[in-house]
Design a binder for this molecule. Structure first.
Ligand SMILES: Cc1ncc(COP(=O)(O)O)c(C=O)c1O
Length: 397
């Protein structure tokens, strides 16, 4: 298709111009690996009649995930939410757990389902992650753990949180749903805390249709997790506790393994797109594209744009609406943050309903842009040009 050229604001779709793209560009459009390899693996599972319950594909997937994560153990699960439920139970969490509100609702809901009070902690606005100084102020005799979230694959303040957890004898676990293939100071991100959880949902960097995993270096915790994700059955077939069914199927293992094979290609494409967004938007006022900090490596699965409305002349919501008119579908991870949705918004507990000014500020300014194998470099360039034009046209919008 010949490239559409927008000469001025009148050509923008918000002013009645033709949308830049004929069909929608999405954030999180699945990175689909070689279909033939997926189908061959699934055919093998069908032939052998090993469809689930720790078949060879899931075993192989677990080993490969542990290798990338840098941990001794990996237990693959049906999704990350179930993985978090299992890990919370295996660590014996109760009472209160300190957690960011700036996360996907699943993180908080897992605590609520376990009868635990999520104590929402504000974030460091530079990283979007738990502020350890604030977390320290929230520790009470009822606190049993800290649940950090490596938002957009950027690691939490792992050293400070480890110190805090150690001082108070708290469990420290991480929701690393965004962070597979990321790391910090030469260590895979799964190695921080007592245990961590990845998501292999279809929209993630590596996907298993639906899937998740719990990784840990703690042998006893790994045994407990393995039992609890299988109704509580341990390796001797004794039920050791109230487990659930969070197993990964062989079909998901087939997809997960094939997706892992494509990981380095997807990472390279993501990195190229991220570089292009950073370079092409560098001089657009009020628009900042997030980049990993020093000593971090990232899958670049998320391209995060921060909009400073005063400088850009338009706020995040108006920019998102104008991009939508051009068929660019952005996302707002995470807006609204957890404390602004039910049941937390109406919770009687003062810890759940604390003011979280930095969380609200960041949630109101960020958006994610299309990346991954679902968009081309040329399309990324056109999205950048649109953003530049929209900021220039801001006084008219
Ligand atoms: C931070 C975070 N935690 C947990 C989840 C839940 O993952 P899953 O869909 O695999 O259950 C998500 C989903 O995107 C997430 O973003």
């Amino acid at each position: 298709m010949a490239e559409r050229v927008k000469h001025g604001p009148a050509d923008l779709a918000v002013f009645g111009g033709t949308p830049e793209f004929d069909s929608p560009l999405h954030v999180g459009r699945p990175n689909v690996p070689d279909p033939e390899r997926v189908l061959k693996r699934i055919a093998g599972a069908l032939e052998s009649r090993r469809l689930t319950n720790f078949g060879p594909l899931v075993r192989e997937f677990e080993q490969a995930v542990a290798e990338v994560a840098g941990t001794r153990h990996c237990v693959a699960t049906s999704n990350a939410t179930a993985a978090l439920q299992v890990l919370v139970a295996a660590l014996g969490l109760r009472g209160e757990v300190i957690v960011p509100s700036f996360t996907y609702v699943a993180t908080a809901h897992v605590l609520t389902w376990a009868g635990i009070t999520p104590v929402f902690c504000d974030i460091d606005p530079d990283t979007g992650n738990l502020d350890p100084a604030e977390a320290r102020r929230l520790v009470t005799p009822a606190t049993s753990g800290i649940l950090g979230v490596h938002v957009w694959g950027r690691q939490c303040a792992v050293e400070s949180l480890r110190e805090l957890a150690g001082e108070h004898g708290l469990a420290l676990l991480y929701d690393a749903a965004h962070a597979f293939g990321c790391g910090y100071r030469g260590r895979g991100i799964g190695t921080f805390g007592d245990g961590a959880v990845f998501s292999f949902h279809a929209t993630k960097f590596v996907n298993a249709f639906e899937g998740g995993a719990i990784v840990t270096d703690d042998d006893a915790l790994a045994d407990r997790v393995r039992a609890l994700h299988f109704f509580g059955f341990d390796s001797d077939n004794h039920v050791i506790g109230a487990g659930i069914n969070a197993k990964m199927s062989e079909a998901s293992g087939a997809m997960g393994l094939t997706s892992l094979e494509a990981m380095s290609t997807v990472r390279r494409i993501n990195a190229e797109h991220a570089e292009r967004y950073v370079a092409e938007l560098a001089d657009v006022p009020g628009i900042l594209v997030g980049t990993p900090g020093p000593n971090e490596w990232n899958s670049h699965h998320f391209v995060v744009l921060e909009v400073d409305a005063d400088e850009a002349g338009l706020d995040r919501n108006r920019l998102a609406a104008a991009l939508l008119a051009e068929n660019v579908l952005t996302r707002r991870h995470f807006d609204p943050p957890c404390h602004r949705v039910e049941p937390y918004r109406s919770a009687p507990d003062r810890h759940v309903r604390r003011p979280l000014t930095r969380t609200d500020l960041v949630a109101g300014r960020i958006m994610q842009l299309p990346t991954g194998t679902g968009v081309t470099g040329d399309e990324v360039g056109r999205i950048c040009r649109l953003i530049r034009m929209l900021v220039e046209a801001a006084p008219l919008l």
